[in-house]
Design a binder for this molecule. Structure first.
Ligand SMILES: Nc1ncnc2c1ncn2[C@@H]1O[C@H](COP(=O)(O)OP(=O)(O)OP(=O)(O)O)[C@@H](O)[C@H]1O
Ligand SMILES: [Mg+2]
Length: 460
């Protein structure tokens, strides 16, 4: 039940309003002065303050100011007579929710009260969502203790509170979006919007209207005026995902907005000021894109104030066990599955360690979620893993296990095949990388891959 505090120096007034509101199902508290009201607010949960404007010692406006000073997150509805309307307008400028003219009838008072409470419910819900987001995207939820990650955290902590543009590079699934959100939710813009834009999902025209908005009738289909993501993100952060996919034309427009901090809607003439922090992510190397003429140098230098390169999982295997435990805990809670699981058995541990994780942390996360659903015991076994892992052997190759009559040539082939499988796994199935690892030529490796029938999934 919601509680309303009624403040008026005329003794009978609060009593009458109180009776009315209690009939409507609200709880009420009453006070005859601003001072008394403040005392009550300090010791009671109150959802709405309904206060008279003119009171002898502390008037309504001063009470409002005190409520704001004390950070009580409560809407204040002012009751005012004709003579004090100007004051009421001043009160609204200072953050009062609204004012109601005395004398008022019962229905309008109840309508005002209900509206104020409804608005407050929405505000409270948003605050709850925001605080959930803040704890979800705190730095603590980016797991990693390896040297590369520690260096990254140092940079992230320093750059998060600033307005600097940040460019995040990294393969798919390495945590680019997670880092982008952590940057936003640990900045002074945290209470404003974080607006993601997936640059690869939209055609050039759609992307522009999505980003900059459009005026009514500016093109066929523009039946109403629409705000673009830049405008929606005003005072907050805009996150360009897959930045390398933006066309050269749109890149020019983007650069202009960043430089001039103003934009025009498609078909619009009036420049609109915007204050937006830009974070961008890409799984392509922008320097390569620049060399190939697909990305503008000037835009690159504008965005590349701070660059974070997220390492692929195969290059930070030290973090594997930490991540595994983190995801086991996370998915036990989310799916209510595998409640007895405490870790991986030896074979699975070796498979995880030698596997290349081309889908990086996302792939690890999905694998753990999958395994927990199928696991029956306290340790995850190979049988609990998705089918793609069934081919990979976590058993060590022991000389004693090789039949003594197998012959040297065939034995060497067995070893060679194992080495190649491991290198392909470690390199995320990229042949050129695997060839370097094995210290052989790319075409040599390619021939062997064909010979052993391993060419189904690897990329050149
Ligand atoms: N260091 C980390 N600690 C915990 N979870 C992580 C970490 N990095 C990534 N994740 C998780 O892995 C998943 C993939 O991360 P994210 O979406 O941020 O990757 P991405 O780099 O944006 O991938 P893509 O390029 O495919 O969009 C998410 O569920 C994310 O929460
Ligand atoms: Mg992403």
């Amino acid at each position: 039940m919601e509680t309303i505090l009624i403040v008026d120096d005329e003794k009978n007034y609060p009593l009458i309003i109180s009776a009315l509101l209690e009939e409507e199902g609200f709880e009420t508290l009453t006070a005859n002065s601003g001072e008394e009201a403040l005392k009550i607010l300090k010791s009671h949960e109150v959802d709405l303050v309904l206060t008279d404007m003119k009171m002898p010692s502390m008037d309504g406006i001063t009470l409002l100011e005190k409520i704001k000073e004390n950070n009580f997150n409560i809407p204040v509805l002012m009751m005012t007579a004709y003579g004090t309307v100007e004051k009421a307008v001043e009160a609204m400028k200072k953050g009062a929710y609204n004012y109601i003219l005395k004398p008022f009838d019962n229905e309008s008072l109840i309508a005002y009260v209900n509206k104020a409470l409804e608005m407050q419910r929405i505000i409270n819900q948003n605050l709850r969502l925001l605080s959930d987001a803040k704890s979800k995207y705190s730095f603590d939820n980016i797991i990693g203790r390896s040297k590369v990650m520690q260096n990254l955290f140092n940079i992230i902590r320093k750059v998060a509170p600033t307005n600097a543009s940040v460019l995040i590079e990294g393969e798919s699934g390495t945590g680019k979006e997670l880092v982008a959100k952590a940057l936003h939710f640990n900045s002074s813009r945290a209470n404003q919007s974080f607006i993601p834009v997936n640059c690869s999902a939209l055609s050039e025209n759609l992307l522009e209207s999505e980003l900059f908005g459009h005026e009514k009738g500016s093109f066929t289909g523009a039946v109403t005026q629409k705000k673009g993501k830049f405008e929606i993100a005003d005072n907050g952060t805009i996150f360009f995902d897959e930045l390398a996919e933006i066309s050269l034309n749109t890149q020019v427009k983007l650069l202009r907005i960043i430089q001039e901090k103003t934009l025009e809607r498609v078909g619009g003439v009036k420049p609109i000021n915007i204050d937006v922090r830009i974070i961008a992510a890409t799984n392509k190397k922008l320097t390569d894109e620049m060399e190939a003429g697909r990305f503008r140098e000037d835009l690159f230098y504008r965005l590349n104030v701070v660059r974070l390169t997220l390492p692929p999982l195969r290059e930070r295997k030290d973090d594997l066990s930490l991540l595994i435990n983190y995801f086991i805990k996370k998915y036990k809670e989310i799916n209510n599955k595998g409640e007895n699981v405490i870790g991986l058995d030896g074979e699975t541990e070796r498979i995880f360690y030698h596997y290349g994780w081309p889908g990086n942390i996302r792939e690890l996360e999905n694998t753990i979620e999958h395994a927990l659903i199928f696991s029956a015991g306290s340790l995850i076994t190979k049988a609990d893993l998705p089918n793609s892992f069934k081919e990979i052997s976590g058993k060590a190759l022991r000389i004693d296990d090789i039949p003594s009559n197998q012959g040297l040539a065939q034995t060497l082939e067995t070893v060679e095949k194992k080495m190649i499988i491991r290198a392909l796994n470690l390199s995320g199935n990229v042949q050129s990388r695997a060839a370097k690892m094995l210290k052989i030529g790319k075409s040599g490796l390619n021939q062997k891959i064909k010979k052993y029938g391993l060419d189904k999934s690897s990329k050149s």
